[in-house]
Write a protein that binds this ligand. Structure first.
Ligand SMILES: [Zn+2]
Length: 360
C-alpha cells in the first residue's frame, strides 16, 4: 500500500528546507548569491491569511500565514523598492522584457473568506494588487476541501479505521503527535490514490463515519459568488480560475482536464461579469501540472498560469507564461529573518538544485 507504509517524507523535507534556509540566512550566503539568482521578479503564493490559532494539531498550518507576516513581507519588498504588480502587469512586463525594476505579484489560492477579511486589508495598506484563484465549486458552496475535512475528522476522532484492499488499518489519534502522524499517512495515501473518484470515495466514507459535513466546511471557509462579485469590483483585486472541483489535472483525461479549466473560467466570468485571464493549477507540483496542462492553459486562452513549483522569475519565463513558478509564503517559516533569503532566490535555487528554470 504505497503511502501508508512508507515513512512520511513531508516532515523530513520541511526540516531540511528550514535548516537550509537558516543556514543560508546565518551564513549570509544569500547576499553572495543574489546577483545570479534574484531574477527579475517573483510571484508569492498564499492560501489562508488569518490570526494564529491555538491548538497543537494544525496539520494544514503550512497553508496559512498571519496577517503580520504578510505585512512584514510587503514592507520588506517596499523597502527594497520592488514594485508590487497585478498578474496582468506581471504578464506585460515579462513578455515585453521590462526588467528595469524588479517586481512581485501576490496570489491567493482557493478563494477563502479570510483572504477578504485579513489579507486584503493588509495588501491595501501597501496599495498592493493581488489575484485570488477561485475553484468554482468552492464558491458554489459544494466544494470538497478534502485536506481540511481530513483535519476535521482526525481532530475529533481518537482512532481512524480505513480499509485498504482486504486489510483493515487502524490509526491512533489520541494525542496531538498521533493525530499529526495519522494525518501525514492518510494525506499521502489519499493523494496517491489512482483517481479523483477514489479520493472522493475514501474521504466521503471518513466524513460519514465521523460526522463531518464537507459542504458545511466549504461554506464556512470559502467566499460565495455574491461575496466574490463585490470583491471583484475592487481595482486591486483580480479573480482568476482554479478549476471547477480542485482536481489533480494531470490525473484526468485530456478532455476532462480541458473542461475543468474552460468551464471554471466560464462559470466565474458568468458570475462576476468580467473576463478571467489567469489560472492556478490545483496542487501545482510536477505530479499535478506538466507540459500537457501548460499547453491546455495556453490553448484555453489564459494569459498566465501559475504552478507551485518554487522559483523566482527570469527573463526566460516569458516564453512559458502558463508554467510560472511561485514562492510559497509558508506558515511553517513565519520568521521575518528569512525574508531576505526568500527574495534573494537562494532558497528556491537550493530547492531546484541551482537550476534556474524548473518549468521549461
Ligand atoms: Zn488550491
Amino acid at each position: 500500500m504505497p503511502g501508508v507504509d512508507q515513512p512520511s517524507m513531508k516532515q523530513l523535507r520541511n526540516n531540511v528546507i528550514r535548516v537550509g534556509l537558516e543556514a543560508l540566512y546565518f551564513s549570509g550566503a544569500h547576499h553572495l548569491l543574489r546577483p545570479l539568482l534574484a531574477g527579475v521578479g517573483a510571484i508569492f503564493m498564499l492560501h489562508h491569511v488569518r490570526p494564529p490559532r491555538d491548538g497543537a494539531f494544525q496539520p494544514n498550518r503550512h497553508l496559512e500565514v498571519a496577517p503580520e507576516f504578510l505585512r512584514a513581507t510587503l514592507s520588506h519588498l517596499r523597502s527594497h523598492d520592488i514594485d508590487i504588480v497585478s498578474m496582468d502587469e506581471l504578464h506585460d512586463r515579462l513578455v515585453q522584457g521590462q526588467f528595469v525594476r524588479r517586481f512581485a505579484a501576490f496570489t491567493l489560492d482557493d478563494g477563502y473568506r479570510n483572504n477578504r477579511d485579513f489579507a486584503l486589508p493588509v495588501l491595501r495598506e501597501f496599495d498592493a494588487p493581488s489575484t485570488i484563484y477561485v475553484a468554482s465549486d468552492f464558491a458554489e458552496g459544494t466544494g470538497r476541501l478534502w485536506w481540511i475535512a481530513l483535519e476535521a475528522v482526525i481532530a475529533k476522532a481518537d482512532h481512524i479505521d480505513i480499509r485498504v484492499g482486504n486489510a483493515a488499518l487502524r490509526f491512533d489519534a489520541t494525542t496531538a503527535a498521533a493525530k499529526q502522524a495519522a494525518f501525514d499517512r492518510l494525506h499521502d495515501w489519499l493523494r496517491a490514490l489512482p483517481g479523483e473518484h477514489d479520493l472522493q470515495r475514501e474521504i466521503t466514507a471518513l466524513c460519514a463515519q465521523h460526522d463531518v459535513d464537507m459542504a458545511q466546511l466549504c461554506r464556512d471557509l470559502c467566499l460565495s459568488w455574491d461575496e466574490l462579485k463585490r470583491l471583484a469590483t475592487d481595482p486591486l483585486v483580480t479573480i482568476g480560475a482554479h478549476t471547477i472541483t480542485h482536481c489533480n489535472l494531470a490525473k484526468q483525461s485530456e478532455e476532462i482536464a480541458a473542461r475543468e479549466m474552460a468551464a471554471s473560467r466560464v462559470r466565474i466570468e458568468h458570475a462576476l461579469g468580467r473576463p478571467v485571464l489567469h489560472f492556478a493549477y490545483p496542487y501545482g507540483d510536477r505530479d499535478a501540472a506538466g507540459e500537457r496542462e501548460f499547453a491546455l492553459a495556453a490553448a484555453g486562452g489564459f494569459k498566465t498560469a501559475v504552478t507551485t513549483r518554487p522559483g523566482m522569475l527570469f527573463a526566460e519565463n516569458a516564453g512559458h507564461p502558463t508554467a510560472l513558478p511561485r514562492i510559497s509564503l509558508n506558515g511553517n517559516y513565519q520568521d521575518a529573518r528569512i525574508l531576505p533569503v526568500l527574495t534573494s532566490g537562494a532558497a528556491t535555487a537550493m530547492w531546484n538544485g541551482l537550476r534556474r528554470i524548473a518549468a521549461a
